[in-house]
Design a protein around this ligand. Structure first.
Ligand code: SF4
Length: 226
């Protein structure tokens, strides 16, 4: 039988993108509560503010109902978070019912990203987790969604196929193991480090060390004041 996580065990859904990007970044973020903004994360936050801004939480445009900042939860993945936007597209049958709207509606999550499409699966895994949450919450299949990239001003359609769903489940399991374990994986210098907001904190000096990064920072600060 599939394990179901309790409410107390739920982790932030957004951590899934970090664990796919880099386990150490995810660990510093979740286990050490360390996060530093860089140019990329700041413009990402600005894009999210523009998406939500003054826009109504729910609006109907023709055959699409748009819901912003919808709270999501999956006890199977053990995650909770907010969807930027969930569109509900009118369909002839199946789908879900929406109060105040006639007919059936197909949920379609849309996540807004500041940059351009990435080579890794981190954004797709995050979106797929949102789809799994919606399926669990609404009891309706969610076969696809979209990622909107600010740099190219385009949507990339994402099909939630078996492979992506397995990757998402594996990532969620790994996330729970990482948080339960409480240890930071060692740093590993890779190309993606140049895009990482944690680069100045995650230094080669801690590579391979089992010491917690906060201890390292404490020591560094102490050395400066002595
Ligand atoms: S600098 Fe590199 S190894 Fe360190 S957290 Fe970022 S991506 Fe991971």
């Amino acid at each position: 039988m599939t394990k179901r996580f309790s409410d107390d065990e739920l982790l932030a859904l957004s951590l899934l993108q970090h664990i796919v990007f880099c386990e150490r970044q995810c660990s510093l973020n979740s286990n050490e509560q360390l996060w530093f903004d860089n140019k990329l994360t700041v413009s990402g936050s600005q894009l999210h503010r523009r998406v939500h801004g003054e826009a109504p939480r729910r609006e109907k445009r023709g055959d699409v109902v748009i819901v912003r900042e919808l709270m999501l939860c999956s006890h199977i993945l053990g995650v909770t978070g907010k969807a930027d936007v969930v569109e509900f597209h009118k369909v002839p049958s199946a789908g879900v019912l929406i109060e105040g709207c006639d007919g059936f509606w197909q949920p379609y999550p849309v996540e807004y990203k500041h940059g351009k499409p990435k080579v890794d699966d981190c954004d797709r895994v995050q979106l797929c987790a949102q789809a799994i949450c919606l399926e669990e919450m609404l009891g309706s299949e969610v076969p696809e969604g979209a990622l909107f990239y600010g740099r190219i001003q385009k949507r990339e359609q994402v099909v939630f196929n078996k492979e992506l769903r397995l990757r998402t489940q594996d990532s969620a399991q790994k996330l729970h193991e990482l948080v339960e374990g409480g240890c930071n994986p060692p740093a590993e210098l890779r190309d993606c480090c140049n895009q990482c907001a944690m680069k100045d904190t995650c230094m080669p000096e801690v590579t391979g060390s089992s010491r917690r990064a906060t201890n390292y920072i404490d020591r560094a600060l102490r050395d400066q004041t002595e």
